[in-house]
Design a protein. Structure first.
Length: 148
């Protein structure tokens, strides 16, 4: 039996909860190219050039303001998984720590042959730009100065 999953299921994926409930034997994970690495390749830049890359989800930074403040202060790049539907809440929160002209890039459908695309904007324009796109789930939001 095989269960195929796209993106980065070993980082932010619901597959493990489902599998553990329904499959009562050993689960073996065979990695492929992750959405994070595919998105990094699409960006064609060193996402860690200013220090670190912080991988998170909306809840991770909404519940850890100290981390968000430190990331913004250090100039590190932040990659937010599953955040498109939270764009408005994220934007309000991020504007407390970043200037409105902070570069934001969304990698849509990273790793999908023929469907992958990038959208570049600023923190101020993030919510509007995300809302204008049809895709509202498969997107990885990057925030950082090295994206401009």
């Amino acid at each position: 039996m095989a269960f195929l999953e796209y993106g980065d299921p070993a980082i932010y994926g619901s597959w493990s909860y489902w599998l553990k409930r329904h499959i009562k034997r050993e689960i073996r994970v065979i990695p492929g190219v992750s959405a994070f690495n595919a998105a990094n390749a699409m960006l064609a830049t060193n996402v860690a050039s200013r220090g670190s890359v912080i991988i998170t989800a909306p809840r991770g930074i909404m519940e850890n303001r100290e981390l968000l403040e430190a990331v913004a202060k250090n100039g590190d790049t932040m990659a937010i998984f599953v955040g498109l539907r939270e764009a408005e809440n994220l934007s309000r929160l991020l504007m407390k720590y970043y200037p409105e002209d902070m570069p934001v890039t969304v990698a849509y459908k990273a790793g999908y042959s023929g469907d992958a695309s990038l959208m570049k904007t600023t923190l101020k324009g993030m919510t509007k730009s995300i809302r204008e796109r049809e895709e509202q789930f498969l997107g990885l939001i990057y925030i950082g100065r090295n994206l401009d």
